[in-house]
Write a protein that binds this ligand. Structure first.
Ligand code: CA
Length: 220
């Protein structure tokens, strides 16, 4: 997932802090607002993670006002599991909702999904030399020949393709393609890279930059 700006609207400071730390580890820029008023006066962002139970303004009203003024992606967070609340949030313009408690991997997946829907142009396709990566359809081709990748191989290639030529640190690939809390063996990444090179049919397209990470071969 490419880094984005997330506004976390949450009055429980413990939860807000935890979310902010996790999202920052995943590479995102995070602003925290602990009231509805703060949320409505916060600067531009890509995604709002909006707790509906706020101390000052009703969360539904915050949702409505945010939607009125921009088409930012809104992910409503509710402790109340009632279906009526979820429907109300969606009716007021939320793109999706999460019911507390939720896991971090689920949160990242929902953010990815709402961003894909909110910014289709941003996640279109990337062409780099003979390589084409279609972010939305998750398809890859080299010189017009479709390459079948596993989901993980695609995620890794996506990390590199969003900014061809930039060296992407191993840690960043783990955080984006696995999740923020990958403590397994890191050799698994090298195994996927080997498979990716073989499938792309151009061993030098994905380059290893020793001690730093990987990148796509810069365009000539
Ligand atoms: Ca709350």
């Amino acid at each position: 997932m490419r880094p984005c700006r997330v506004l976390v609207v949450e009055d429980d400071l413990g939860i807000a802090g935890q979310l902010a730390r996790g999202l920052r580890r995943a590479g995102h820029e995070v602003t925290v607002a602990s009231t509805g008023a703060e949320a409505l006066s916060a600067s531009t962002c890509d995604v709002v993670l909006l707790d509906l139970g706020l101390p000052d303004i009703d969360g539904f009203e915050v949702c409505r006002q945010l939607r009125e003024r921009s088409d930012v992606a809104i992910l409503a967070v509710t402790a109340r599991g009632e279906q009526a609340d979820r429907v109300a949030a969606l009716d007021l313009g939320a793109d999706d909702y999460l019911v507390k408690p939720f896991g971090f991997a689920e949160l990242l997946a929902r953010i990815r999904a709402v961003l894909r829907r909110a910014q289709p142009a941003d996640t279109g396709s990337i062409t780099h030399g003979g390589l084409t990566v279609d972010m939305r359809a998750r398809r890859v081709s080299v010189d017009g020949r479709e390459v079948m990748l596993t989901a993980k191989e695609f995620d890794i290639l996506e990390c590199l393709a969003v900014d061809p030529g930039r060296v992407v640190p191993r840690q960043e690939i783990f955080e984006r393609a696995w999740d923020a809390h990958w403590y397994g063996p890191t050799k698994v990444l090298d195994v996927h890279i080997v498979a990716l090179r073989r499938k792309l049919g151009d061993p030098d397209l994905v380059q290893t930059v020793y001690g730093r990470g990987f990148r796509l071969r810069p365009a000539r």
